[in-house]
Design a protein around this ligand. Structure first.
Ligand code: HEM
Length: 120
């Protein structure tokens, strides 16, 4: 029996480190960091941790705004989306998340693409 996705991500401490690493990568990317100019990064980090834990079938519930409402005013392109997903992939590799779990999580995030890119 293989560990579930949440466990393979390292549970809550693992997800914490992944989100911190991911957020530093966003902050280091001039194309992306501008979107966060008016953001409360602590709230973003807390919200994303809940969301990843939830998506990985962990014991958390994401209670922030739906993905369309959180992003629809930003004028995001597919290129932005892909860049952000690549930063997540890099964070997962850095934290030595096994390849199967990595692809599973990225697949679940990819399903959010339609909502995140929805306009109006
Ligand atoms: C798989 C892709 C993505 C996921 C899973 C994701 C997830 C999230 C989550 C959970 C929040 C917090 C919502 C809240 O609690 O208010 C958020 C907000 C935000 N996201 Fe995304 N996002 C994604 C893609 C993107 C992209 C492509 C950009 C821009 C390049 C972006 C920029 C932002 C910004 C600026 C905020 C607002 C932070 C704030 O001011 O509260 N996101 N996202």
């Amino acid at each position: 029996q293989q560990d579930d996705l949440y466990t393979q991500l390292g549970g809550e401490p693992g997800i914490s480190v992944i989100v911190e690493d991911f957020t530093l990568r966003l902050a280091d990317d001039p194309e992306i960091v501008t979107f966060f100019a008016n953001s409360n990064i602590d709230l973003f980090v807390a919200s994303l941790k809940d969301q990843l834990c939830d998506i990985a079938d962990g014991p958390c519930r994401y209670e922030g705004p739906p993905m369309d409402r959180a992003h629809q005013h930003m004028g995001l392109t597919d290129a932005h989306f892909n860049t952000v997903v690549q930063h997540m992939q890099a964070a997962l590799i850095r934290q030595e998340v096994p390849v199967g779990a990595r692809n599973q999580l990225l697949g679940r995030l990819a399903r959010l693409h339609r909502d995140i890119m929805k306009l109006q």
